[in-house]
Design a protein around this ligand. Structure first.
Ligand code: RAM
Length: 379
């Protein structure tokens, strides 16, 4: 219940941000960020990043701090490194980042550490060697497994059942009776090196290796990469269409799923779609009323989490570092102030498999025909 309340609280801020232009700086911008908390998404203009920064800046404003979004024009490590270097030289107060890759940041992150500028990653991890902690939007294992379950259920024409939120029982029941051809799943991801999507894909493969899928769903995912760019994602979706070898596409990126939604809908394709999307961007490709036949739409249901809250909790982590000595060590806790409609929350840093820690601040949430109408204007 608590998390549903959280989502309801997104309303106004989310709706407002969708109508706003991003205040992000493109690569090469020389604006001074001295004394400001810098937020860097993978690239500028991605609605997911815009909504997250809105939550981040709103929390910072509430606690009397300045913040600046400084995201690159291109979804590359090199473009992020260039902007980070500028921000550190100018004296940024902190850096919060969703990275475009695992490697290539050593020099610039060392420079940040030497200048005592704390690094917190969110969405897509920064190396454990440099970050205070990672803000994880929802359990990586859950996100990966749930996308596979949704894809299989959609391929089999099984509606989402809100009483089975993680879909584990539903997919098992649906597959128990299935003796048709092996279902083939494609993945339209972001960049080939993007840490967050690669983490989810690894969990998808783990889920597919379970016995319930054997002989019924191919364990091989057909992976294509759209680099979180609309044009490239559209081209990759067109390639899936031309090849015609998958039954359903999972796109674990808001940019990819929207591009695939458009391509498959325009083509009147039988290939179905699910993944991680923003209701506002996915509305044309999804049902929006309980009376709709969800299987007459390209994307019958999909998932995401509270993106605005994710930005605000990132700001809360940075404030705990700045004011309360939060160091991200395993078991250390931080308090996020009451913010907007949200009550005060406490989070604990937990060990991460990469040797660092992570703070879990959200849960995956399924959007289907019963709740889409309520979310289109909010997220
Ligand atoms: C995109 C980004 C981001 C991802 C979301 C779901 O906007 O690729 O990393 O978490 O989608």
């Amino acid at each position: 219940m608590k998390n549903l309340k959280k989502f309801a609280a997104l309303g106004l801020a989310g709706a407002m941000v969708l109508g706003m232009t991003s205040s992000a700086f493109a690569a090469g911008d020389t604006s001074d960020v001295a004394g400001s908390h810098v937020f860097m998404f993978k690239s500028v203009g991605n609605a997911f990043g815009v909504i997250m920064y809105d939550g981040f800046s709103s929390y910072m404003e509430q606690v009397g701090e300045n913040s600046t979004e400084k995201s690159p024009a291109e979804t590359t490590v090199a473009a992020q490194v260039q902007l980070l270097d500028e921000a550190i030289t100018q004296g940024a107060k902190s850096i919060s980042i969703s990275t475009n890759g695992d490697t290539g940041f050593d020099e610039v992150f060392t420079k940040a550490q030497e200048a005592n500028i704390p690094i917190v990653s969110v969405d897509s991890k920064a190396s454990a060697d440099y970050r205070i902690t990672h803000n994880n939007q929802a359990s990586t294992a859950d996100i990966g497994a749930m996308q596979v379950r949704a894809a299989v259920m959609i391929a089999l024409g099984v509606p989402f059942n809100a009483d089975d939120k993680d879909m584990a029982a539903s997919v098992e029941a649906a597959l128990a009776d299935y003796d048709g051809e092996e279902i083939k799943i494609g993945v339209l991801s972001a960049g080939i090196d993007t840490p967050v999507q690669n983490g989810w894909i690894a969990e998808m493969e783990k889920e597919l290796s379970k016995d319930i899928y054997a002989g019924k769903v191919s364990p091989e995912l057909d992976k294509k990469y759209g680099d979180d760019e609309a044009t490239k994602s559209t081209q990759q979706a067109q390639a899936f269409l031309a090849e015609g070898s998958v039954d359903v596409i999972i796109s674990p990126t808001t940019v990819g799923i929207a591009a695939a939604g458009e391509v498959l809908t325009q083509a009147g394709s039988d290939i179905k779609l699910t993944g991680l999307g923003l209701p506002s961007e996915m509305a044309p490709y999804m049902p929006a009323s309980a009376d709709d036949d969800e299987f007459s739409f390209v994307c019958p249901y999909m998932m995401l989490w509270d993106v605005s809250h994710l930005g605000a909790s990132t700001a809360a982590i940075q404030m705990a570092v700045q004011n309360d000595g939060f160091d991200g060590s395993e078991g250390s806790t931080l308090t996020m102030q009451a913010w907007g409609e949200y009550e005060e929350e406490t989070f604990t840093a937990e060990a991460d498999e990469d040797g660092g820690t992570g703070v879990l601040t959200g849960i995956p949430y399924v959007f289907d025909k019963t709740n889409m109408a309520e979310w289109i204007d909010k997220l």
